[in-house]
Design a protein. Structure first.
Length: 299
């Protein structure tokens, strides 16, 4: 039992999570043959099968279930050890990898990260913009310490904390027939053409889902990659669009746009911070989480 290595333990946990050797190999960026050999060697070492090999994947044997429980405990303890040791470095220095969706990057993170950097100038921040589903995958796979994404996106195996909230609004040209409304529901706008984001974004998925629940279909005329592009398309009369209110304040001054609050309950959207476990984060990342979740008046 002393001959276990941490890579094999992590690989076994991945196999158990994925249920297929092929998927585990892809997730860990290893060759399938290497994964199969490591698992076989592990079973030889413990002296009993840990997996049932099926045509559609693998399942844990009773011994495998017991081994999985202890493997998770061991890996969590190692992460906790790394986190605690990081506190003994000279000062608080290091870097934090953050992946975030566009809404948070435009509306909230510039000020929040600027304030954090003033308090902790020796901590380097590595921020990358991704759609919410990619943010979640990056945190789960260890490519990011923290992720900021839309709260309505399903997530498993991550600890989630509230960050900020924002309201979705319908954006129209100033001379549009809907521009006179003080507020409206999404289904009231579905007779018009929409300009939206590409299909893999959480916002676009949310809009299609809610329109479908109301028995309507969004007439997507154009799909682009950024909020700025949506606003410019709307300015030139290509349709209407739904955006987070805090992301369009600059465009309303520069372009002939009008924003109308959506009255739907789901239009009050939450942004959350996701991590594998707060307790196992490096001290630098925990300081950033504490800073971002501190309840203060939004700018």
């Amino acid at each position: 039992m002393r001959r276990f290595d941490f890579l094999t333990l992590k690989l076994f946990v991945t196999v158990a999570d994925e249920g297929r050797l092929t998927a585990a190999a892809e997730r860990e960026h290893l060759a399938l043959a290497a994964v199969s050999k490591r698992i076989s060697d592990l079973e030889a070492l413990v002296g009993t099968p840990l997996l049932y090999r099926r045509s559609r994947g693998v399942q844990l044997t009773p011994a495998g279930q017991a081994f999985l429980h202890h493997a998770r405990r061991i890996l969590e303890n190692i992460e906790r050890l790394n986190a605690e040791l990081s506190e003994y470095g000279e000062g608080i220095r290091g870097h934090v990898r953050v992946h975030s969706n566009t809404s948070a990057i435009i509306a909230f993170l510039p000020r929040d990260l600027s304030n954090f950097s003033r308090d902790y100038p020796q901590i380097k921040l590595d921020l990358q913009e991704r759609v919410s589903s990619e943010v979640i995958a990056a945190v789960r796979d260890g490519l990011a310490d923290l992720g900021i994404f839309a709260g309505h996106v399903p997530v498993q195996d991550l600890q989630v904390m509230p960050y900020r909230s924002d309201r979705l609004v319908l954006v129209t040209p100033r001379d549009h027939p809907l521009a006179g409304h003080e507020s409206l529901c999404l289904h009231e706008a579905t007779e018009y053409d929409f300009v939206g984001l590409q299909q893999d974004t959480s916002l676009q998925s949310l809009l299609h889902e809610q329109a479908s629940r109301a028995g309507r279909t969004l007439r997507m005329r154009i799909q682009v990659r950024s909020f700025d592009a949506i606003c410019r398309m709307i300015h030139h009369g290509m349709g209407v669009g739904v955006l987070p209110q805090r992301t369009i304040y600059r465009d309303l001054r520069d372009l002939a746009l009008h924003s109308i609050p959506l009255a739907d309950a789901w239009a009050q959207r939450e942004l959350v911070i996701g991590m594998r476990r707060y307790e196992t984060l490096p001290v630098t990342a925990r300081h950033l989480v504490d800073h971002l979740t501190r309840r203060c008046e939004a700018p």
